[in-house]
Design a protein around this ligand. Structure first.
Ligand code: PRP
Ligand code: URA
Length: 214
């Protein structure tokens, strides 16, 4: 099975705090209230890495002592959640980037076909840099479809980045094949998919664990 080094567009965030919190999330006894809190905290930590190369512009300001040209973000940032589970990651990124705009792409995976089905779409007009969030990259169908929707709305691959929590090698393969120039950030490339296309070892159904719909 493929490893992280087989995917040039993949960056695994190995920070000890991210890994520790992910272990707590994987534990099946972790309840939704803690699961949501941990997801938010991990999203903030990953967000630091994801936003590292955002372009800066210079803006004239006056400090109490002197005028200066100071750095500011050069373009808007838009957090795009894949519903439902992406909302749990958006909570953390919103705290990190309070000025961010937000978009929502409603997709659910048909349990029989495993194919994504669209049911909602609302995106800001000027997205700038889009951070697409969904904790689970399983078959890769949902993330690949959501990225295509952003491209169809005029974004370039360079202005999109995908952030997941747990990824399957199978899903990463599908996503990288469809969108080789979109960087992917994840906390873990897990072992494989099971026969229901759930990630193993994974953490179960992220949406159900966030919203308590088990
Ligand atoms: C989950 C998850 C991803 C998708 C991943 O959502 O949040 O969106 O499955 O699977 P894929 O990579 O095989 O497409 P789900 O469809 O269960 O919807 P939910 O978030 O509303 O529970
Ligand atoms: N969706 C999830 O929430 N978890 C998986 O393991 C696969 C798809």
């Amino acid at each position: 099975m493929k490893q992280a080094s087989d995917f040039p567009s993949l960056k695994v965030i190995t920070h000890p705090l991210v890994q520790h919190k992910l272990t707590l999330m994987r534990d099946k006894t972790t309840q939704p209230i803690l699961f949501r809190q941990l997801l938010k905290e991990i999203a903030m930590l990953i967000g630091y890495e994801v936003t590292r190369d955002l372009p800066l512009a210079s803006q004239p300001i006056e400090t109490p002592l002197a005028p200066m040209n100071a750095p500011v973000l050069a373009q808007p940032v838009t957090i795009v959640s894949i519903l439902r589970a992406g909302l749990g990651m958006a909570d953390g990124l919103r705290e990190l980037i309070p000025s961010a705009r937000e978009g929502h792409i409603g997709l659910y995976r048909n349990p029989e076909t495993k194919q994504p089905h669209d049911y909602f779409l609302k995106l800001p007009a000027d997205m700038g840099c889009a951070i697409l969030v969904d904790p689970m990259l399983a078959t890769g169908g949902s993330a690949a479809r959501a990225a295509q929707i952003l491209l169809d709305h005029g974004l370039t691959p360079a202005s999109i980045r995908l952030v997941t929590l747990v990824s399957a090698p199978e899903g990463m393969q599908v996503f990288a094949q469809a969108h080789p120039d979109i960087p992917v950030y994840t906390a873990s490339l897990d072992e494989r998919l099971d026969e229901r296309a759930y990630i193993v070892p994974g953490l179960g159904d992220a949406g159900d664990r966030i919203f308590g719909t088990l």
